[in-house]
Design a protein around this ligand. Structure first.
Ligand code: 5AD
Ligand code: SF4
Length: 425
């Protein structure tokens, strides 16, 4: 979501006659677009801005702004704590960047700061998908915001209530992107499974329509919520495997039902596992990844072990695991029994150890297989990279004119996050 927002910022700024530079010391404008889902990024924003202190001294006209969820969450607090910042804007204020910059350029003193007025969430949900250079693979927003209020999560507060874009707008964007050479799209939302178009179409309907009525060659989506992931969606994926990648990111967060309830996730361990069983039965060769939080308030060692067992049992090729981080406005931040940082770190390390060992084993199955790779980048002379339908980054030798094409690659070496292979003729 953040990468996509940054792309939109780039596009809007280019239309306002800004051009990208290689290094910060060549810049007249620096924007930090940061996520606030965990606490670290907020600290990182302050330290990042701090590194520009000398640049600002040398060039007092340099403008520094902070956007994204950190901007939305911290608002004027950011400028109070770090006066090097000239402006702050929220998640719905990207389109107003030109006006914000206009105001800053016309100010009489560098002490005049701009705090975007757009901290309220806009109606109707508008998003400009005009991206600078969409390349081979790009994102298209289908929903924004979230109504789930998982007790650990700041997103409902930073991105606001859930809104879906009309299906006809999504299709229009996709057709435009296809004309600009895009081959693969990732449909984007905090909880794509609760997508509802104004015409009544649900997410499975949208996916089917994108597969059948647009020229997009490959479709991915993220993120799914297990409570809303239904059989209809699995059936559409199975029916359109030629276009919809067999990769599902399905965060379970915790393998223990008591913790899941405290997280307000809306499913138990057993219900989640049942869904996985259905998915595996419906979509052959499905590849799964997940998000996990360790050290949620009150999590015991046994409850953590349930999470470890889940990783072993389901067989996720990739896990994104995090230490629980208390976030402003959220219920869990006020729960008693917060877990010590040391215990959280130790659990996280143990979880990664277990998963690392297993994933090295699991990915071996790719060695000798021929995968369909969409070529995305030239990595060097006669060196290419792309992703397989399983979402594996694959490196192999081949000519630059293959970028944008889907080619068969025989895998010679498989590591958990990268594959190496040879182009098959
Ligand atoms: N602490 C740690 N991890 C979190 N996530 C969301 N909120 C928190 C938090 N407060 C993780 C979840 C989510 C992913 C995007 O970030 O696992 O799925
Ligand atoms: Fe956050 Fe839960 Fe919404 Fe995901 S579903 S964005 S974790 S509140």
């Amino acid at each position: 979501m953040n990468v996509n927002d940054s792309e939109r910022m780039y596009s809007i700024l280019e239309m306002s006659n800004f051009t990208p530079v290689e290094k910060p010391d060549q810049a007249s404008l620096i924007i930090i677009n940061s996520c606030s889902v965990r606490e670290k990024p907020v600290h990182k924003v302050y330290s990042e801005v701090g590194t520009y202190r000398d640049l600002k001294k040398q060039n007092p006209d340099l403008l520094i702004g902070v956007g994204g969820c950190v901007g939305q969450q911290e608002k004027e607090k950011l400028i109070k704590n770090q006066p090097l910042i000239d402006f702050v804007f929220g998640t719905d204020a990207i389109d107003e960047l030109p006006q914000t910059l206009q105001t800053l350029l016309g100010r009489s003193s560098s002490k005049d700061k701009v705090i975007s007025a757009q901290f309220h969430h806009r109606e109707p949900y508008h998003v400009d998908t005009l991206v600078r250079n969409p390349g081979v693979s790009t994102f298209v927003n289908i929903t924004k915001g979230c109504d789930n209020f998982c007790t650990f999560c700041v997103v409902p507060f930073t991105r606001g209530r859930e809104k879906s874009r009309p299906m006809k707008h999504v299709l229009m964007d996709l057709n435009g992107l296809v004309k600009r050479g895009v081959k693969e799209v990732t449909l984007l939302g905090q909880n794509v499974n609760s997508y509802t178009s104004d015409c009544g179409a649900d997410f499975a309907d949208l996916l089917k329509t994108v597969a059948m009525e647009t020229g997009i060659e490959r479709i991915r989506y993220t993120t799914s919520h297990p409570k809303d992931f239904n059989q209809k969606l699995m059936d559409v994926m199975a029916e359109h495997q030629n276009k919809i990648c067999e990769y599902i990111h399905l965060p379970f967060q915790s393998g223990n039902s008591r913790i899941l309830e405290k997280m307000n996730r809306g499913y138990t361990r057993e219900e989640y596992l049942e869904k996985i069983k259905q998915i595996k039965a419906t979509i052959p060769n499905v590849v799964l990844s997940t998000d996990i939080i360790v050290g949620f308030p009150g999590e015991t060692e046994e409850e953590f072990q349930d999470t470890v067992r889940m990783v072993e049992e389901v067989g996720y090729e990739t896990i994104f695991a995090f230490k629980y981080s208390p976030r402003p406005f959220t219920k869990a931040a006020r729960f008693e029994e917060q877990i010590d940082e040391d215990i959280k770190s130790e659990r996280l390390n143990r979880l990664f150890d277990v998963h690392d060992k297993l994933s090295f084993e699991w990915v071996k199955k790719y060695e000798g297989q021929t995968l369909k790779v969409l070529v995305e980048k030239v990595e060097g002379e006669n060196k290419l990279s792309g992703r397989s339908t399983q979402n594996k980054v694959t490196f192999f030798e081949g000519p630059a004119d293959l970028v944008g094409q889907t080619v068969p690659v025989k895998i010679t070496r498989a590591l958990p996050n990268v594959l190496r292979g040879q182009l098959e003729s």
